[in-house]
Write a protein that binds this ligand. Structure first.
Ligand code: S6P
Ligand code: ZN
Length: 187
């Protein structure tokens, strides 16, 4: 990837795009295999039109050592068998920190270091900090799309297998009066 010059990057909330734009990623329900507690409900959702769960638009800053890439993730509102729609979640293989900034909607940042879990409620203006070694997953807990900016070290990488193997400590469900948490050990 080519180095980029100093620049200004604009986010267009209506179109969900960055200018100048970089790579865009779309995650459908079928991309979230093995992550929802209720496997049959997940299969049914894939069969029922395989909805887009979230998308990630990135700037042109490359994911390489010493660079500082950014991206904006938008998670659609929804739940599958009561489990709120979420990102896959990952660990940074080289244990590097990261920040998120809430842009619109209402979400949460679930972090897990293999032993403890932490939850940061995310509204527009909230900065969530992920220390090195904490796997992270984002969840839409509201009824409109939830968007946040991520800024992370270019060499951080994404280990998705870690979350498949270790889980995220807790699951986030839509309860009668708000968000409810259950331990992965209850699966
Ligand atoms: C990258 C950063 C985010 C996520 C994005 C999608 O370090 O944490 O840009 O990649 O929110 O989540 P996931 O778990 O599918 O990569
Ligand atoms: Zn990350």
């Amino acid at each position: 990837s080519l180095p980029v010059p100093p620049m200004s990057i604009r986010f267009d909330p209506a179109g969900g795009t960055l200018q100048p734009e970089g790579p865009t990623l779309t995650r459908r329900m079928s991309d979230l295999e093995g992550l929802f507690r209720d496997h049959a409900a997940w299969e049914q959702a894939v069969a029922d039109g395989d909805p887009v769960v979230y998308s990630v638009v990135s700037s042109r800053v490359p994911e390489v050592e010493r660079e500082l890439p950014q991206s904006i993730t938008t998670i659609q509102p929804g739940s599958t068998a009561g489990e709120l729609w979420m990102t896959k979640g990952h660990q940074h293989p080289n244990h590097q920190g990261e920040i998120y900034l809430g842009i619109s909607g209402h979400g949460g940042l679930l972090m897990f270091n293999g032993t403890e879990t932490e939850w940061v409620d995310m509204t527009p203006g909230t900065i969530g900090y992920m220390p090195p070694g904490w796997a992270h997953r984002s969840i839409n807990v509201g009824d409109e799309p939830y968007s946040f900016l991520a800024v992370y070290p270019g060499g951080a990488g994404h280990d998705y297998g870690w979350v498949l193997e270790h889980g995220m400590g807790r699951r986030v469900l839509a309860g009668e009066t708000g968000v409810e948490f259950v331990d992965y050990s209850a699966d």
